[in-house]
Ligand binder design. Structure first.
Ligand SMILES: *Cc1c(COP(=O)(O)O)cnc(C)c1O
Length: 222
């Protein structure tokens, strides 16, 4: 498959017992992005009693559509919420900061069930500073996109199956994936294994590192 959500099939599975649908866009670990019009068409058919969470942890890395977000849906639907995090493009993983955008009515429910003091003041200061530094975000995205395009082109040329990624990683199918992962590790590159048999998720770093990884894969192929 091309890794896209099968929205038609998902709709047939919704029943009166369905309380929550979690859409990750771009998806992890595939990196596949769904256009906001696709998501809108899906949500239009979801019953109002079912909450749809759209997890946009990697939304800043999307280049196929601008702007790339489903935030606009909040104007029309009270059963939609959009999740964002500071753990990825903002570089604040471990500060545990993120936010959710949703209808005021839903926010009230959330307020009653959330933990007290669940966001410390240091994390709040860090998040404000990070949010203010959009130059860093733009620079980081530009570097990531350059590396992502390099890696995808390499994989296409070598006919290595992969999903078209709109996140900061690429998910690829490689025979003897674990052996390749070990070889990469021995050269200083840790990639994600254990998601699916013979699939690896490679996170995009500096361009020089992406090129080094490609060279190691090319060597492995020979
Ligand atoms: C990283 C990530 C998040 C957010 O993680 P936190 O560090 O808990 O903010 C959410 N969804 C996906 C799919 C992620 O990869």
């Amino acid at each position: 498959t091309d890794g896209h959500y099968d929205f038609e099939r998902a709709l047939t599975k919704i029943s009166s017992k369905t309380k929550l649908i979690w859409l990750c866009n771009p998806n992890n670990p595939t990196g596949v992005y769904e256009r906001s019009s696709q998501i809108a068409a899906f949500i239009k058919q979801v019953p109002a009693t079912c909450l749809v969470l759209i997890d946009e942890a990697y939304i800043e890395y999307v280049t196929d559509e601008k702007p790339a977000t489903s935030l606009e849906l909040l104007n029309d639907y009270d059963n939609v919420a959009v999740l964002r995090t500071f753990s990825k493009v903002y570089g604040l993983a471990n500060y545990r900061v993120g936010y959710i955008a949703m209808a005021p009515k839903l926010a009230e429910y959330m307020q009653t069930v959330r933990l007290p003091y669940n966001l410390n003041s240091v994390a709040q200061v860090a998040a404000e500073a990070a949010l203010a530094d959009q130059t860093f975000v733009a620079d980081s995205v530009a570097k990531t996109v350059e590396g992502r395009e390099y890696l995808e082109e390499f994989l296409t040329n070598k006919q290595i199956k992969h999903f078209h990624s709109q996140a900061n990683f690429v998910y690829l199918n490689y025979p003897a994936a674990l052996e390749l992962a070990q070889k990469l590790l021995e050269n200083g590159y840790q990639v994600r294994t254990g998601l699916q048999l013979d699939w690896l998720r490679i996170t995009i770093g500096e361009l020089a590192d992406v090129k080094a990884i490609c060279a190691l894969i090319a060597e492995d192929l020979n």
